[in-house]
Design a protein. Sequence first.
Length: 203
Amino acid sequence: MYGNIEGVVGRRDMYWNYQPSVPWVPTREEVIKALLSLLSIPSGYTVYDIGCGDGRVAIALAEEFPGIHVKCVEARKDLVDKARKAIEEKGLASRVEVIEGDFFKISLSDADLIYMYLLTSVNQKLRPKLEEELRQGTIIVSLDFPIPGWNPVAVVELPRSWQRAFYIYAKGLSDGSASLESREKILENVLHVIRIKKHELRL
Ligand SMILES: C[S@@+](CC[C@H](N)C(=O)[O-])C[C@H]1O[C@@H](n2cnc3c(N)ncnc32)[C@H](O)[C@@H]1O
């Protein structure tokens, strides 16, 4: 009876749980490995995976970088439960927080780094929120989908995967909001956190 409704995305109503407008497609294991070798996340960083699915990226980041705190935001209850279970089993509950909800409604103002694997259309809708809430220098790594209107500081291609590239952004540089004096400082931090050479930067 409800079969035709179940395919509808991005709606809320009185009978069904929130259906996010991005389907769950996990980041592949080899891409997670590439992500871990691309990053060097300092202790004390607060890292988000917005739309974190079953938590696999959040878990991998927390395991690789023991000094960070991870926030895994997910709208689908079944995936939230899966993520919480896996995090508990790995003994990471004190450092990986699972937030059940809509990332459009959750403040991202304490983020030092955000990982996301969404869609270009969703990134476009997120852009004003990122511009309003993020601190200067916050780094965003977006798998496969750019943020329209922002300039990536780097694009790292993944030649051996159908998940093709990481688009890397830095608030302030990518949206042009940083002052001349702060640009150098943000760039320096990007090169500290992302293992790329200065000549690979797009700015
Ligand atoms: C492509 S999957 C990526 C999952 C995970 N980040 C990974 O890389 O393995 C996108 C995820 O975002 C979730 N999602 C979509 N829109 C959301 C929203 N507005 N708030 C919270 N989660 C959302 C979906 O349920 C899905 O699990």
